[in-house]
Every structure is written in C-alpha cells, then in structure tokens.
Design a binder for this molecule. Structure first.
Ligand code: BGC
Length: 431
C-alpha cells in the first residue's frame, strides 16, 4: 500500500499537513438488514418485538428493501465508493433447509445496483438477527449452530460469490453475547448467563473460521474478515497500578480474547479485520465486587480533564480510534473501519465527529498502519435495536411517515473526504 504524504503546508505551518489517502481507499456508510429493510418477520427480533416486551417495533423500518436504488443514489451523490450492508439469513432460509430463491434474487439485484453505481459492496453475513427456527433450536448456544450457518454461507456464496469480494462473516460477537446473555435485553434474553455468553462467542468465532474456508473455496480472491467492536481501553490514572491492571484485564476480554478464539494464529483466518469503533473507556480499579477485576468506567469530565460524551453514554475520543488501529495492526492483516458514528441531535457535533475520526484514520495510515477504508455508521437513522428509532446515528434523518431521507451536514463533510480522498492532518506522532 502506498501512502502519499505531501510536504507540510507553508501557509498553515508545520502542524497542519495535507494528507492523501491511499488509492482505492474505501469510503462509505454501513447498514444492517433488520435495521433498515423492514418486514423481517422470519427472524428472532421480529418475534421479540411482536410479543410486546419492547416499546418499539421495527415494522417497515426505512423500507430499504424496496427503496435501495434511491438509497444508493444518495450514497453515490456523496461520492461513496463502498457500502456495507448485511444479508438477512431469515429471508434466505425462512424455514430450516428451505431456500428462498426470490430473496437470493433480491440480494443479487441489490449488489448489482451497487456495482452499477461504482460502489464496492462489503457484505455481512450475520448482523445480530437469527432465523426464528435457528433460535428455537438453541441458536448459537449449540455446537452445531456452526453447521447451520455454514449451509447458509455456502448457498449465499454460490449465488453472490462472483459479485462480492469483501465479506464480513459475523458482526460483533462480543456485543451480541453481552446483550443477549449478560444484559439480556436482546433475544434470546437470558440475562446473567456469563457461561452461555462465552459459549456463544466461541461458536460464533468457530463459525467465522469455518466460513472463512468455505468462502475461499468458492472465491479464492475473497477478502474475509469479521467486524469487531473495539473500544479503546486505558487506565484512568496510568500511575495507579490497580487502574493499569483493570484496564489490561478489560482490554483482554473485550479486544484480544475474541481474536484468540480464532485460533493460535488469528491472521490465518482473517484477510482483514473490521474495526467498529465508537468509544474510549477509561478504567478505574475499585475495591468493590464490580470494580475488582475489570474496574469501573470513569465517566467524569472535569475542568482540567474536559471530556466529550455521546448522548448514548460512551466517551467520544477520536485519538482512541488511531490507537485502536495501532493495537489491531499487531495481528498483521489490513484493517477497515467498518463502523464509526455518533448518535446525536447536534449536527455540529456530528460533523466534527466525522472530521476528527477521519483525521485519526489518516494519522494511523501516516504512522504506517494498513487501513483500507472508513465506513460510517450509518447511512441514515434506522432501527437501533432496543432503543428503537430514538438513536440518531445517520448521515441523513428519515421522515418515516414519507420515508424521505433528509441529509445532514456530516454527510457533506464525509462526501468531501471521499471526493478528494484527502484530509488536512493535525495530529502529531503517537507518543
Ligand atoms: C452495531 C449496529 C448498531 C451500532 C450503534 C454496532 O454495535 O453493529 O448494529 O446500530 O453499533 O449502536
């Protein structure tokens, strides 16, 4: 990969440098089937929504299932040359072993319409939702969940393999396991089942490894990765041993452990790693049951240490993205930022977020890290799981009564990076 770094600008001084991203750098936004398509009645989330335990239902979502062409026109108008989307397993296999040809045709058309617009598809095979039949037989808790997933992967690859090069097998095994089995607010809603959570994560990682081979069998030049939720974790007070140890333990569980589940040499099962980065976690050790091993998160902002928090709770910290990219570069494969976004109603903040995080990526590339793309979460506001339609991450808002997409300033900001494939770099070298 070639990194072209122009000379520092004489007008702006040495700390501001124009930076060109590598050729063919991927710029785009991400979505996931259940969050945007609408009408995904054959999956476990739909069932969960219908039984009234949530105050929200996805219903017709953003009707992306019908409106994808217009949505891709929008992405193209923003100079996106890549788009991350997911295939809904429950549409392809609504009943165990029965393959829905019409759904396969649909996704073939979706991919074609991206290609027609010069947009490279990055396709996720599992993004949190499961077919109902799969969940009813025990979901990811069962060892043979891997075989079920592989059957589906094979069918999809045989149909779409020649049109798609970039595949993400599973989205965020750690988040799925935590929400469904520790917090318990996602189906199958089994709170405090830590052991099951580990088992589920292990099975998802096994599924990734098996899918990696199947995908390569069918398309040898495929680029296969998984999307990992990667917070930047550090000690709140680096001078305190307790904070340092708790941060290390937390970082291991959240970031390194899932990679180790891929086997002794993770890079043999990864052509790239998808980095989903949202927050920094500052960790404080506490002599309490909760804070003993993994510490607790320091969520204080003080005048001598001002910090910015997202309305959903975590700390916004662009430099953390650069550090996370350094951290994952150690696995020796290229990286793509497959998600990064802010749920806010303040458009200046959102545009500033895009700015600072794109700069962080530029900083990492300048440091020598092989980053191949930046994909914002998400194209437009959509069904944000247990938060329904309240969380607004989109580059556009959506008026759900008319399904009109209403672009926000951040879309233009990202479009400018994508158009010029360049940025002005303000960060210094990492200490
Ligand atoms: C998930 C998305 C979700 C986003 C924002 C990620 O963990 O992959 O599905 O909408 O975070 O919460």
């Amino acid at each position: 990969m070639m990194v072209v770094l122009a000379r520092p600008s004489t007008v702006l001084g040495n700390s501001l440098q124009p930076f060109r991203f590598p050729q063919n750098f991927l710029w785009g936004a991400a979505t996931a089937s259940h969050q945007v398509e609408g009408g995904n009645r054959w999956n476990d989330w739909w069932e969960y929504e219908q039984d009234g335990r949530l105050p929200f239902r996805s219903e017709e979502a953003c009707r992306h299932f019908d409106l994808y062409e217009a949505d891709f026109d929008l992405a193209r108008s923003w100079h996106h040359n890549a788009h991350r989307l997911s295939i809904e397993w429950s549409r392809i296999e609504p009943v165990e072993g029965q393959w829905n040809e019409a759904a396969l045709d649909h996704y073939a058309r979706v991919i074609r319409s991206l290609r027609d617009r010069g947009i490279e598809p990055l396709v996720t095979l599992h993004h949190f939702t499961n077919p109902r039949w799969f969940q009813q037989r025990g979901g990811w808790e069962r060892a043979d969940s891997v075989d079920c997933f592989l059957r589906y992967v094979r069918v999809v690859l045989q149909r779409l393999g020649n049109q798609v090069r970039w595949w993400l097998t599973v989205n965020e095994p750690t988040v799925y396991a935590k929400r469904a089995y520790v917090i318990g607010d996602w189906p199958p809603c089994k709170p405090k089942s830590q052991l099951l959570a580990m088992l589920v994560m292990r099975n998802m990682c096994r599924a990734h490894c098996a899918a990696y081979s199947v995908i390569h069998e069918i398309r040898s030049d495929a680029m296969v990765g998984l999307a990992h939720s990667a917070p930047w974790v550090e000690a709140s007070n680096p001078r305190r041993l307790g904070d340092r140890l708790a941060a290390r333990a937390r970082n291991f569980v959240l970031n390194d452990f899932p990679m180790h589940l891929l086997g002794p040499t993770p890079r043999r099962k990864l052509d790239f790693i998808g980095i989903n980065y949202y927050v920094r976690q500052l960790v404080q050790w506490r002599a309490s049951r909760k804070g003993l091993i993994f510490g607790i998160e320091n969520l204080e902002s003080t005048p001598d240490r001002p910090r910015q928090f997202s309305p959903l709770g975590g700390e916004v910290h662009a430099e953390g993205l650069r550090r996370v990219l350094h951290q994952f570069a150690r696995y020796g494969v290229p990286l793509i930022v497959t998600e990064n976004g802010l749920a806010t109603r303040n458009e200046e903040d959102r545009a500033g977020f895009v700015d600072s995080h794109v700069q962080a990526v530029a900083g990492a590339i300048r440091d020598g890290i092989d980053v191949r793309g930046y994909i914002y979460w998400t194209l437009y506001d959509n069904f944000e799981w247990a938060l329904g339609y309240e969380a607004t991450f989109g580059l556009a808002a959506v008026d759900r009564s008319t399904q009109q997409r209403l672009p926000r300033p951040a879309a233009a900001r990202l479009a400018e990076f994508a158009r010029s494939n360049s940025a002005t770099l303000m960060t210094d070298a990492l200490p």
